[in-house]
Design a protein around this ligand. Structure first.
Ligand code: ADP
Ligand code: MG
Ligand code: MG
Length: 877
């Protein structure tokens, strides 16, 4: 028989899959003797069963729940719904992978018109009992009955207003009774049913609601964003209540064992006295920092500090802990590995290795490569910052720098982002409904809420710049403006946020390039010790090349030569070349281009010193270089002294219906060999020049794009060799060079054994290979790929992550066939996928020699390549 419900005593931290993260850790804390209120967990299997049974909790599960409830009554010596000493519980969701704020928790369940009196009697605190009851009705109605929270807030606020009260804590028993009466009336008005009075019914309804919330839109968005599979299900924890709202010796709080923004080894958290759970995270009252607890309740503070240290050592990772103090007694309600910024993740991992708590492999596995992206983005230019106008300052909730136009709602942000506009989401406070806007915004600014508010936690998780709790700004979401110190800012105005200081600036501020130093550099060194793949970069300019080298690139895997053609000065010559009617004229134009190309390569070779540089010969369709408007044609005809009508006719002739599959890549060189000839000349001359000038032994790798047939490459290789020989002979010197090809057409992959006869290296052009394998246009597929993802046809966009089953299969075939012909053929990848961790792991498995990615992705690739080794080691054990 399957067991569906587990008492906390029966579980441990390894049982996450069954008990969810929260349940497993509550069990673990119980096991190691920490003060955890007793309770039980309804398993994720029960959740899946619930969905299997068409959203019904079956009798077997119900029986287990009530058996456990009975146990709980015995152990707590309280009775569910009792009129003297009632047992109250919280009902808490807990997915396998923690999803902050995504699922809803209900507190004080078990209260009804009778047991509220019992609670008052047992605690000798009537006010507290009524306060708990009104909280319960509100929460239960919001989560289970789906009545909007603000309707209850309105009742509460007007009761406060009518009695001239400012704080919730000032509400009297009479006030609370009025509120409860009105709450219940509201429930009846909204649902045509009385607020449920039977605690057992309340419990089952709450459990069902948690199961249902597994599929609410917010949870789905979060799962998609974080690649969490939807079949995991959520567990439900039923736990006896402890009360932080019993008076001034009670309270509640959350704390991280280290600073989640910087990683500093120091307790970091907040608490509120006389408050219950949600009050701290909801950001309604501004909490006090955890150190302050030392003054309020020194003994509890001391005890908590010890528990925090114990938990961090026990889990060997930074913990995020939720606690409640009831009449001076400390209770632990949750612990989990704390979410942190990339900077904090690195600092914590490196320091834990230094302190001997974890080893290097664990440290590498603690940092998601993609997270590094946060550190590889620019920060504000410090000089510009000094000259900028400070508007106000809030809490530095999540680091980074953001500049954008003000938007006041998530929808507005999403709309603006579709128009490629950068925005800052400004809100009173954020809630889980804002998640899509938070994803699309450059940064987030809130008026309310602390360092553990929703905005702060979610932003840190996404690595998004966030300034929270900016009390001075008065947000008017309805009229889309905010006021601060006498100034008004409207929707569309530019502001800038510094997530490291919490300062908000007026206008746009330029940014500065990031650096790789300190613990970050240390971690990269460890990654280099582990990885087998080499990391190259895609760079077309000496500046990109330098950036990449700074980030640890070991070569260039793709230097696109056509980017050099678009320069204002050169485009006329290029146009002259491609519209030439005769070879002579074409050669004349090419002669003019030669010195330009040579200079480009000299710059790149110098920047890369003795690292390998793969240069791809001209690839894009000629039509990309053509003059587009009549005006352009007229201008060109004057510049190159060709008759307008004649030129127009040539341009028309060169136009293609489907340029991506048209006259491009090596096909160009078959028809116009002079173009590649000029490019090879430029490469060789540059190599010779740099060698003479600096002594660097440049070894260019000349790469032919879009090859599909052996013969194509054979012809072009001969052209390359002849040209190179001629240049070397004339300079009377030798330069080593390689000739290879891109594998980006399925036919090339399938006949790689033939193609390898003429190629010393293969470089997988997975952008085109994906395009040609799927017959998806790279330029147009965005429109339907998002729909494919929504419908579950794709888990990930195949242009983002290699489609291993199809495109990957072709790569595998090409590797195998290529090596059959040429055992030591050099293998690499230069598509966008070369910077995507999962694809990098695949390349490692295939046995490629290097991946090549954009300069800013180089550190991500270094880490991903190291993790690929560690993961494979673990998996083969
Ligand atoms: P989340 O996953 O959103 O953090 P939790 O289940 O942790 O939701 O509940 C939110 C808060 O509710 C907790 O941090 C805690 O303060 C309070 N809470 C939950 N269960 C109890 C309980 N048994 N007694 C007292 N407070 C509780
Ligand atoms: Mg929690
Ligand atoms: Mg290509």
């Amino acid at each position: 028989m399957v067991k569906y419900v587990y008492a906390f005593e029966e579980g441990n931290k390894e049982m996450k899959k069954l008990l969810g993260g929260k349940g497993a850790n509550l069990a673990e804390m119980t096991k190691i003797g920490l003060p955890v209120p007793q309770g039980f967990t309804v398993s994720t299997e029960a959740c899946n069963k619930y969905y299997e049974d068409n959203k019904q909790i079956n009798d077997e599960i119900k029986k287990e729940i009530f058996n456990n409830l009975k146990d709980l009554e015995q152990r707590t010596e309280k009775i569910f719904g009792d009129i003297d000493n009632p047992l109250l519980v919280s009902v808490r969701s807990g997915a396998v992978i923690s999803m902050p704020g995504m699922m809803d928790t209900i507190l004080n369940l078990g209260l009804n018109d009778e047991s509220v009196e019992g609670l008052a009697k047992a605690t000798e605190n009537k006010r507290f009992a009524y306060d708990s009851y009104r909280r319960f009705i509100q929460m239960f109605s919001d989560v289970v009955l789906e009545i909007s929270k603000y309707k209850f807030d309105n009742i509460l606020e007007s009761e406060k207003e009518n009695n001239n009260l400012e704080l919730d804590t000032e509400l009297t028993i009479e006030n609370l009774k009025n509120i409860i009466k009105e709450y219940k009336e509201l429930v009846f008005k909204e649902t045509r049913k009385r607020f449920p009075q039977d605690p057992k019914e309340q419990l089952l309804m709450a459990i069902e609601a948690v199961f249902d919330s597994w599929n609410n839109p917010r949870a789905n968005v979060y799962r998609q964003l974080h690649d969490i599979p939807s079949h995991l299900g959520t567990a439900v924890n039923v736990q006896s209540m402890v009360f932080g709202n019993m008076g001034e010796t009670s309270g509640t709080g959350v704390a991280f064992t280290r600073n989640p923004s910087t990683g500093e080894k120091k307790l970091f958290g907040e608490f509120l006295m006389n408050a219950q759970g949600e009050d701290v995270v909801a950001g309604i009252r501004t909490p006090q920092t955890i150190e302050h607890l030392k003054n309020v309740m020194p003994e509890v503070y001391e005890q908590f500090t010890n528990v925090a240290e114990l938990l961090e050592n026990h889990y060997t990772d930074m913990q995020d802990i939720e606690f409640t103090i009831e009449n001076g007694n400390l209770y632990l309600l949750q612990t989990r590995n704390g979410k942190r910024t990339a900077a904090a993740a690195i600092n914590i991992a490196v320091e834990m290795v230094r302190d001997g708590i974890i080893d290097k492999e664990t440290a590498l596995m603690r940092i998601e490569p993609i997270q590094l992206d946060q550190l590889l983005h620019p920060t504000f230019d410090e000089k510009a910052l000094i000259e900028s106008n400070k508007i106000t300052q809030g809490l530095p909730a999540s680091p980074g720098a953001a500049t954008g136009k003000i938007c006041f709602s998530a929808e507005d942000v999403v709309k603006a982002s579709q128009e490629k506009q950068k925005t800052i989401l400004v809100r009173m406070e954020t809630s889980p409904e804002d998640i899509e806007g938070m994803v699309a915004a450059e940064g987030i600014l809130t008026a309310r809420g602390g360092m553990t508010s929703h905005a702060a936690v979610v932003a840190r998780g996404m690595g998004k710049c966030c300034v929270a709790g900016c009390g001075e700004i008065k947000v008017d979401e309805k009229n889309k403006l905010f006021k601060v110190n006498g100034k008004t800012f409207n929707e569309g105005d530019y502001i800038s946020l510094d997530g490291n200081t919490g300062i908000v600036y007026e206008g746009k501020i330029p940014t500065r390039e990031p650096e790789l130093s300190g613990n970050f550099a240390e971690l990269m060194k460890w990654a280099d010790e582990y990885r087998i793949l080499k990391i190259r970069t895609n760079a077309d300019t000496p500046r990109d090349a330098q950036t990449a080298v700074k980030f640890g690139a070991e070569g260039i895997g793709l230097c696109r030569t056509e980017h050099m053609f678009f320069d204002d000065e050169r485009i006329t010559v290029v146009r002259q070349m491609i519209t030439s009617k005769t070879v002579e004229n074409r050669l004349k134009a090419l002669d003019k281009l030669l010195p330009y190309q040579k200079e480009d390569f000299v710059g790149i070779f110098k920047a890369m010193e003795d690292r390998p540089v793969t240069i791809r010969l001209l690839d894009p369709p000629l039509h990309e270089f053509l003059p587009h408007t009549d005006e352009d044609i007229r201008q060109l005809s004057q510049q190159i002294k060709v008759d307008y009508n004649e030129l127009k006719e040539t341009v028309e002739e060169l136009k293609e219906f489907n340029p991506m599959l048209g006259h491009r890549g090596c096909r160009l060189a078959i028809t116009y060999p002079e173009i590649y000839e000029m490019q090879v000349k430029a490469i060789m001359m540059a190599a010779i020049e740099v060698k003479k000038e600096t002594g660097i032994a440049v070894k260019p790798e000349i790469m032919v794009p879009l090859v599909g047939l052996e013969k194509e490459l054979e012809i072009i290789r001969e052209l390359i060799n002849n040209t190179a020989q001629a240049v070397m002979k004339e300079a009377n010197t030798e330069v080593e060079y390689l000739v290879g090809t891109m594998i980006e057409v399925p036919r090339a992959a399938l006949t790689a054994n033939e193609i390898a006869k003429h190629a010393e290296f293969f470089s997988f052009g997975t952008n085109d290979l994906t395009q040609t394998t799927f017959a998806f246009s790279r330029d147009d597929s965005g429109k339907f790929i998002s729909e494919y993802r929504k419908k579950g046809i794709f888990e990930k966009d195949p242009f983002e992550r290699i489609d291993q089953a199809g495109v990957g299969k072709l790569m595998e075939i090409a590797v195998e066939l290529g090596q059959q012909t040429r055992k030591d053929i050099k293998l690499g990848i230069c598509g966008e996928h070369g910077g995507e961790p999962e694809s990098i792991r695949f390349c490692h498995k295939l046995g490629l020699h290097y991946v090549s990615c954009s300069p800013f992705r180089v550190p991500i690739a270094r880490l991903a390549a190291a993790r690929a080794v560690v993961i494979n080691k673990v998996q083969s054990k």
